[in-house]
Design a protein around this ligand. Sequence first.
Ligand SMILES: [Zn+2]
Ligand SMILES: [Zn+2]
Length: 157
Amino acid sequence: MQVTYACPHCERTVSVGAVDGHSAVVCPACAAGIDPPADAMSGDRLERCLICPSRDLFVRKDFPQRLGVAIVVVGFVLSIVAYYFYWIATSFGILFATALIDVLLYLGVGNVLMCYRCGAQYRGLPRLDEYGAFELETHERYRQQAARLADRRPTAP
Ligand SMILES: [Zn+2]
Ligand SMILES: [Zn+2]
């Protein structure tokens, strides 16, 4: 599988390929290694995040959000140009076409497994549809936990 995570050592977001869930994940930027928890894998199923190592993982569509937004923006600009020239049908046609491209893109992309706690992303795992989808409750629990930790940190004078 491939892991994308924010390295706790150098704080860069990095991707590491060919991760087996048993040996250490080594940051390609600073070479800091993270040892996965011993019970991270059960067979070929990932049970715990290799990075943080939380048990709460959820699956979501691996949708390239920036590309999706870019398509909508380009479609919007083109349709305004068409509208300006009184090509009304073309203007609406462009809007529908861009919406359709986004839907097809959404349906075409694969799944990615994410960690609630640290945001690590896992790709290339089998049977991703067996994991639960995103739950706001769990997300909120981790968000509040992170906020409390941030509060406790001593502030610089
Ligand atoms: Zn690093
Ligand atoms: Zn994690």
